[in-house]
Design a binder for this molecule. Sequence first.
Ligand code: XMP
Length: 523
Amino acid sequence: MFVPKKGETIVEHQLVIVLDFGGQYNQLIARRVRECGVYCEVVPYSTPLEEIKKKNPIGLIFTGGSNSVYLENAPKVSNEIYTWGIPILGICYGCQLMAHSLGGLVTEAQEDTAREYGRTDTYFDTSCSLFKGLPESAVTWMSHGDYMAQVPEGFALVGKTDACPNAAIADEARKFYGVQYHPEVNHTEHGIDMIRNFLYEACGAKGDWTMQQYGKQTIEEVRQKVGDGKVLLALSGGVDSSVAAGILAEAVGSQLTCVFVDHGLMRKDEGDEVEEAFAKWDIHLIRVNAEERFLNRLAGISDPEEKRKIIGEEFIRIFEEEGKKIGTVDYLVQGTIYPDVIESGAGDAATIKSHHNVGGLPDFVDFKEIIEPLRLLFKDEVRKLGTELGLPDYLVQRQPFPGPGLASRVIGDLTKEKLDMLREADFIYREEIAKAGLAQSIDQYFAVLTNTRSVGVMGDGRTYDYTLALRGVTTSDFMTADWAKIPYDVLDKISVRIVNEVSNISRIVYDITSKPPATIEWE
Ligand code: XMP
């Protein structure tokens, strides 16, 4: 176990800063850097240089962006950044910005010259440290309409395409590198190797970013912050709140109270499994069995948004009541993760569904402070940390599960009978997917009880029972998704089992819509 002893000195890790110029791949760059074992943070390009210097990074990466550097309002950084003596990798817009700022010439690409989009054969000078150990040519992913007509003094051309002589430039003396393409996307062959070369060859990275190290540091920081105060955490059983609870348990276990509200809208046996998983930690876990309370509030409600609001509100009320029972609580823990941090403030997107996240609660009680132990981690890092902390796979590898639980998967009004039917059917579905060895290849799968009934025949009699829909999707970010191509024989087995084993369901359909236009959940 990696948990530090109280007061143990934790060695700080190195840092690379990604300066964000509004590129669509900013998070992906940060992900790649971390995959190379180097800690990295994304900060807006407008962050004052002094603030960046204070963080003492070992290197900077300028992201792409949709602007043209020669336009008046294009995002820029102070030229002082180039005399600081720190290695810089400029990507796409970031490359053009560096060239423009250091005396090169960037113009709009002419029709038949160097405007490049998509997969492009690219040739490299492998004596440049950015391409050390890589093949002399590879496919890269381009997306630029501007062109570096002239590169600044001191720079060599180290990468070219058939259309463009300066797909990559380098000033090895100053450790400045620029690439027109996007090394961070999967379509660029060896892209991550180029990033790794920048980090290890140019920046002198040591590869000291590990989940163990992060875990140790966070546990120690939490201990120092909390002192002998009391901490409250809303535990939903989802990955983020579970891992946050794991951290807090190790840091200040005896001062921590976790409140797990079992709203009766969980999957089969889920409430008990979550409780069991936390039994080994030295924490005060309160499980509030509130099924009746939730079902009473939800009786007769069929509008999806109204259901969500009721569940959200009721959840908060219960949490509040439990908080009061504990007495003065100094800190509240939230399971915020890094994508939420990067994206916060960006949002003018339309509300498709008011997501209710039981892990994140509003500021309804007086707390000294909020603790967010995962705010610097991506989802896969949170999972890794959970494993390091000894949380079972059952919790760490879970699929996302909506805060309102099965309430979003029973279409129309909710009753205990309907929920029980759905729980059984969903359990069979999951069991058969696991048996077929498909659990890892489908990112999310679940059953939905529709409110459509249809005529059937069972034995010699007529039935008029419910239609159950099965949903299965493949996706990397849950923002878009494709329907999973589950083999017919597996679907057949699931269908036969459900209609035989679950009463009142006589028809099974499989949802073959992608997102968009559908969403993953039905409500
Ligand atoms: P949709 O249905 O919007 O879902 O395509 C995208 C992902 O989010 C999950 N989801 C939720 N997660 N609270 C959550 O924490 C919610 O209210 C909620 N609604 C949907 C959904 O399961 C899918 O993974």
